[in-house]
Every structure is written in structure tokens, then in C-alpha cells.
Design a protein around this ligand. Structure first.
Ligand code: PAF
Length: 281
């Protein structure tokens, strides 16, 4: 596995591989890998000749006062883990290379960026779409892989790829959970043992929502009310509990078709998100 920091050097390598008709799979990340990241890399490994993983803590997707400076980083450990799952290239550009002086071009989705996580993280999806568009332009991958945990991000990026006629196909991979059900996240390291235990109720509430639907409940408000009861005493603040159309992220009055059930909540200063998707007949 090679680690490359220069945009031009990566392009040169990948141009040679493309000329040999190699198909390129890409996993964009901000590093501090866990099983969730590794599952994306393994899928990319299975479906492509070459696997590129980017490792870049993107400043433009952090809102004022968020954890950009303290975001966990461990490049050496990440490189070892990526190597073990068969990644060919780690691309780790500097902020200066990605956003040179005078940088002024951004990608903005204005249909689904201002709801759910976009409400409490203004500008977040603009930063995500911008950096992923730049990375896709650099890597020119055939396929790019993202986790379901950041479902709204995935929807924004799918729309971006469609709307801007990008060649790269965007794929969703399932949420990877700890044994006890907690969705894996690089930010879980911020949680104390007690907070981590309390955070489990987010997953409990999502499972409860699925059970209610399986038992015939079709009213989103009733489900949200019961989920709130489960979560409210465990977390410090609920940001949102939402049941929406999984295809459009639009609200529904009666559950039908593919439904996204999402939760965002604060545990101390840590914002946790989790979701599940269910098809309602
Ligand atoms: O999901 C992430 O880790 C980031 O938002 C991404 C897609 C790598 C863009 O910085």
C-alpha cells in the first residue's frame, strides 16, 4: 500500500492504472478507522481492481464551535488497518492542497441539506458535497462507498452525483454496530463509559420503532412519541427523531414504502446519530 499526499502524484498513478482498464473503488474518510470504515474498504476491495481511501479531516464541513481541532486522528494506525484489508492507496492531502489561498468554489444542494442534521449543523452538507466533489474529480473512481449511518450525507451525495452528471457511482453500505448495538463512529471515543451505556437507548428506540411498525402502527407521530419516551432520560438533548420517506427525505403522514427512521442526540458535547430503514407494505 502506498500513501500519497500530492494530488498530482495520485492522478499520475491512477491514470496509468486506468489506461490498463483497471476499475477503481474509492472510500472517502476522515480517518480514525473503525470496523465501519473497514467494511467499506472490504466491499471496495471485493468489487474493484484498485482501492483508494482518502483520509482528510475536511475543515469546511465543521460548523463554528464544532470539533475540528479535536477530531481524533491516528494516521499510523489507520495506514496499518487499511493495509491489512488490502487497500492500494491512501490519499492524505493537506488542507492547503485541497483549499489553496483564494479558494472560493462550493457545491451546494438546496433540496435536502437544510433539514435533519442540516438544522443544527449549518453549512455541513455544503462542506461535505464540496470536498467529495473535489475528491471524486481527483480520483475519478468508478465506484464510491459511503455508510448508511450518515444517511442524509449519502442522499446529498447521490443527488450531487446525479445532478452534476458525475461518472462515479455512489453506493451505500450497512451500519456496523458494536456487539451491544451502538453504531460505530469515530466520535464514540469522546463518550465516557456511562455515556456510552446511556447511548445504547438510541438503538433500543430504533428497534422499538421497527417493532411498532411490524405490529401494524402506521402513524409517525405515535412512533416518535414512544421513541422519545425511551431516549429522553438517557441523552442530554434530543436533536431530532424523524420518520421520513427514505427516497426523498420528505415527511409522510402515514407510513408506506421505504421509510427512514433517524435519531440525532447529544451526549454531553458529543452529537450522535443513528438510523434504520424499513419497508412498509
Ligand atoms: O463521512 C465522512 O467521513 C465525511 O463526511 C466524508 C464523506 C469523508 C467527507 O469529508
Amino acid at each position: 500500500m502506498k500513501t500519497i499526499t500530492s494530488i498530482n502524484a495520485l492522478r499520475k498513478e491512477l491514470d496509468v492504472l486506468r489506461s490498463k482498464k483497471k476499475c477503481i473503488g474509492f472510500v472517502p474518510t476522515m480517518g480514525f478507522f473503525h470496523e465501519g470504515h473497514l467494511s467499506l474498504m472490504r466491499r471496495a476491495r471485493k468489487e474493484n481492481d484498485i482501492v483508494v481511501v482518502s483520509l482528510f479531516v475536511n475543515p469546511t464541513q465543521f460548523a463554528e464551535g464544532e470539533d475540528l481541532d479535536t477530531y481524533p486522528r491516528d494516521m499510523e494506525r489507520d495506514a496499518k488497518m487499511a493495509d491489512e484489508v488490502g487497500v492500494d492507496y491512501i490519499f492524505a492531502p493537506t488542507s492547503r492542497a485541497m483549499y489553496p489561498d483564494g479558494y472560493g468554489t462550493y457545491v451546494e444542494n438546496d433540496t435536502i441539506s437544510d433539514l435533519l442534521c442540516g438544522v443544527s449543523r449549518p453549512g455541513h452538507f455544503r462542506g461535505v458535497a464540496t470536498v467529495v466533489a473535489k475528491l471524486l474529480n481527483i480520483v475519478e473512481a468508478d465506484r464510491a462507498y459511503f455508510g448508511q449511518k450518515d444517511y442524509q450525507q449519502l442522499c446529498v451525495l447521490k443527488l450531487m452525483a446525479r445532478d452534476l452528471n458525475m461518472r462515479t457511482k455512489v453506493f451505500m453500505c450497512p451500519i456496523v454496530r458494536e456487539k451491544d448495538g451502538l453504531a460505530m463512529s469515530s466520535r464514540n471515543v469522546y463518550l465516557s463509559e456511562r455515556e456510552r451505556m446511556r447511548a445504547l437507548n438510541i438503538h433500543v428506540a430504533l428497534k422499538h420503532a421497527r417493532t411498532m411498525i411490524q405490529d401494524g402502527e402506521r402513524r409517525p407521530r405515535e412512533i416518535i412519541a414512544e421513541m422519545k419516551e425511551i431516549i429522553k432520560t438517557s441523552v442530554d438533548k434530543i436533536d431530532y427523531i424523524a420518520l421520513l420517506s427514505a427516497d426523498t427525505l420528505e415527511s409522510v403522514t402515514k407510513l408506506h414504502g421505504k421509510i427512514f427512521i433517524g435519531v440525532a442526540a447529544y451526549m454531553g458535547g458529543t452529537r450522535l446519530i443513528d438510523n434504520t430503514i424499513i419497508t412498509v407494505k
